[in-house]
Design a protein around this ligand. Structure first.
Ligand code: ADP
Ligand code: MG
Length: 706
């Protein structure tokens, strides 16, 4: 039954990658395309025609019947419109399969059905998708057949970005340019291109599909809106890195195979902290490819689950009281000749270029903390960031002992003269090898941690595109580099100027560094004293998109125009209100049609039991247990019914409001509170009512019986 395969053979077999291009394209065309991809040169139609033709021939060999411009509008999911390769039937009644350069480079989906945040008037419904040749095309094979997918950017008729990819590509250009400027100052003449590299660790939950289908909340919103805690939670910590059960292992094997075929380098997999929670991490790739690949990872996780009788939940908080899911965004900047600007080397204290880069990043994160926080804002992620059970939503940077020591030296004397060394780890067991420990331990509580030769931004939600956080990282660091270059390029004495700048930046932005326990109460107080923002909800994070500081940043590097930023803010408010509205409606539906009727049935049984006892044993028989229970259930039932009625009124008012900030605030303050008021008595009832009568699977059923 089990099927074995050779990874090296299947890896990338469905990708129109460099090897395929080199093999299939005429030399001249291949060379030309490489220039377009590598150096950003303009693509001519002649080249595009040849590439399109070869791409089509290759795709047809893989069984493709259709092609699609695959893009990422601001809906949170990818979009595609499929066209088949067939052209009008010829006289002999046969069809030709064709695909032109024009069709490859440009598509015209109707933009009016995608969020634009007021950027596009309805009469200007035109939108364009444009081929992004820096992310390889691929053939997706599934039940719907095989389709050639062409990664594209999506813009309005007037050129405004309507998607996640366009600003990302723009931000990559910004960091490329500014990093090269900085490298040249240090005498580097060989590097031609600098690219941000990204490795996202994706967390997810798996639940049994049959049970999932019995939960309308999961179906409609991706998270449970009701649910009492099971007797056992994650307190035993026996799931994290625990042995992977066979059903899950079979699923992971399938996921990996699909991803490998698509050229996604799925590398690590393990169980996560919560029961039924898992993680998948690929090997890092260029930011643009990493973002696209992460979309494929999410799609594949969901698709393959169905085949195993499972459902994959990507929501940030599917179960209250149980660990949520995030996506650690590992980020670094690497040159085309392999230099990682975030590599400190063995002795960071005398790596002046690294110290400049590091203090620039401290400055960038300190200056734009609100914006970085915003880049991870999402209605689902509100349950993870700054909510009752979650770490505070304060941005701080973890450096670890070694870099902290260097920073302290810099600040106190202006010069760092030594670096702490990693010690030899002695296990005390002769047969185990002793090895050198890293000079810095890991810190799991920091939202922005230095981990060896990269930063790990951990606020991102499991369900979200990783484009926005990377756009922000690229842009804010580009800005800090640019500021530094402005100073250093003018300096008469470079050595002196760079030392001064490093010290100055270290001193001014030291406050953003925090190496302690980010989950502690003391940190919240300390951060407040330091003036670090603590933004606990998406609605309060969005304004960071349209501050003068942000507009100046993005306009300087042509990442976003002011109009694009305002439009994104509008879309976010609207998305927030919509998400909460769906949750409120789902609760109303479940409470009214399933839960309250079930509780009434239970009270009828209880009342029936009182009568039965009396009929059998006489009116004096003791039925106090039943009557006490009946009273308790009835009182909770009344509470639930009142809360339901209130929620209906409050939600109705919310949906009649104009979309925008005011509506979003209303949903957070009024609707969310009314939802909590309904959930409390219902969860209490779930613990009392006969399990056989409860109309849906419990938390225990969902997370312990996968
Ligand atoms: P962790 O121990 O933090 O859970 P994982 O191995 O799960 O580590 O994930 C680390 C991620 O960081 C991987 O996707 C890995 O490829 C990526 N990564 C490693 N080095 C870099 C780098 N220089 N730049 C960006 N990402 C990197
Ligand atoms: Mg990990």
């Amino acid at each position: 039954m089990s099927e074995y395969f050779n990874v090296a053979e299947i890896f990338g077999e469905n990708v129109f990658n460099d090897a395929v291009m080199q093999e299939r394209l005429p030399k001249k065309v291949y060379k030309r395309l490489k220039e377009v991809i590598g150096e950003g040169k303009e693509l001519d139609l002649e080249t595009a025609d040849v590439v399109a033709h070869e791409m089509k021939e290759w795709a047809i060999e893989k069984g493709a019947t259709h092609y699609t411009h695959w893009f990422q509008p601001l809906t949170g999911v990818t979009a595609e419109k499929h066209d088949s390769f067939i052209t009008a039937p010829m006289e002999n009644g046969k069809v030709l399969m064709s695909f032109s350069g024009k069709e490859l480079i440009k598509g015209e989906p109707d933009a009016s059905s995608f969020p634009s945040g007021g950027l596009r008037a309805t009469f200007e419904a035109r939108g364009y998708t444009a081929w992004d040749c820096t992310s390889p095309a691929f053939v997706r094979q599934d039940a719907a057949g095989a389709t050639l997918c062409i990664p594209t950017a999506f813009c309005s008729y007037t050129g405004e970005a309507l998607d996640q990819k366009t600003p990302l590509l723009r931000s990559m250009e910004a960091i490329n340019e500014q990093s090269l400027r900085l490298l040249r100052l240090f005498g580097n003449t060989t590097s031609k291109k600098v690219t941000p590299s990204v490795g996202p660790e994706q967390e997810y939950f798996l639940v049994d599909r049959e049970k999932y289908l019995k939960r309308k909340d999961l179906i409609f919103t991706g998270r449970t809106l009701f649910g009492a805690m099971p007797p056992k939670g994650q307190e035993m910590e026996d799931h994290y890195f625990g042995a992977i059960r066979e059903r899950i292992a079979a699923y992971m094997k399938d996921v990996n195979k699909e991803l490998w075929k698509l050229g996604v380098s799925a590398k690590t997999q393990h169980n996560e902290v919560a029961p039924a929670q898992h993680e998948l991490a690929p090997i890092y790739a260029e930011a643009n490819v990493a973002v696209d690949n992460n979309q494929l990872v999410m799609e594949t996780l969901k698709k393959v689950a169905g085949r195993h009788g499972l459902t994959c939940l990507l929501h940030e908080k599917p179960f209250a009281g149980v660990n949520g899911s995030g996506k650690h965004n590992n980020w670094s900047i690497i040159t085309d000749d392999g230099i990682n600007l975030l590599d400190p080397g063995k002795t960071p204290h005398d790596n002046i270029q690294f110290l400049l880069v590091l203090t620039c990043i401290l400055k960038a994160v300190d200056k734009h903390a609100e914006l970085l926080r915003e880049s991870a804002a999402d209605a689902g992620n509100d349950h993870r960031l700054g909510a009752n059970e979650a770490p505070p939503a304060i941005i701080s940077v973890y450096l670890g002992a070694q870099l902290q020591d260097v920073l302290t030296q810099l600040i106190s004397t202006g010069e760092a003269t030594s670096s702490l060394k990693g010690e030899v780890l002695q296990t005390g067991v002769k047969t185990l090898p002793d090895f050198r420990k890293d000079a810095a331990d890991r810190n799991r509580t920091s939202p922005f941690a230095f981990t060896g030769n990269k930063f790990e931004f951990r606020m991102v939600g499991s369900n979200d595109s990783i484009s926005p956080p990377n756009v922000v990282l690229n842009a804010i660091v580009a800005e800090a580099f640019s500021d530094a270059c402005d100073v250093l390029e003018q300096a008469e004495d470079f050595e002196m100027a760079v030392h001064n700048l490093i010290k100055e930046q270290a001193t001014a932005h030291e406050k953003i560094v925090f190496n302690g326990n980010g989950y502690s109460k003391e940190w919240v107080e300390e951060a407040e004293r330091l003036g670090l923002p603590n933004i606990s909800s998406m609605v309060d994070a969005v304004p960071a998109l349209t501050t003068q500081k942000t507009i100046a940043l993005f306009e300087k590097f042509n990442v976003f125009t002011e109009a694009e930023l305002y439009s994104r803010a509008e879309i976010l408010y609207e998305n927030y209100a919509k998400a909460l509205n769906i949750e409120a409606r789902a609760m109303i539906d479940m409470a009214g049609k399933q839960i309250i009727p079930a509780v009434i049935k239970y009270t009828t049984t209880l009342a029936g039991s009182v009568n039965a006892v009396k009929a059998a044993c006489g009116d004096e028989a003791d039925t106090s247990t039943q009557t006490d229970l009946l009273k308790e259930v009835s009182s909770l039932l009344a509470e639930a019914k009142a809360a339901l009625t209130a929620l209906i009124g409050i939600a109705d008012q919310g949906s009649s409001m104009e979309p925008g900030r005011e509506q979003a605030v209303y949903y957070r303050d009024k609707v969310k509170t009314a939802m909590e008021a309904l959930r409390a008595p219902v969860d209490h009832l779930e613990m009392i009512v006969d399990k056989e009568m409860w109309p849906m699977p419990s938390y225990g059923d969902l997370i312990f019986e996968v």
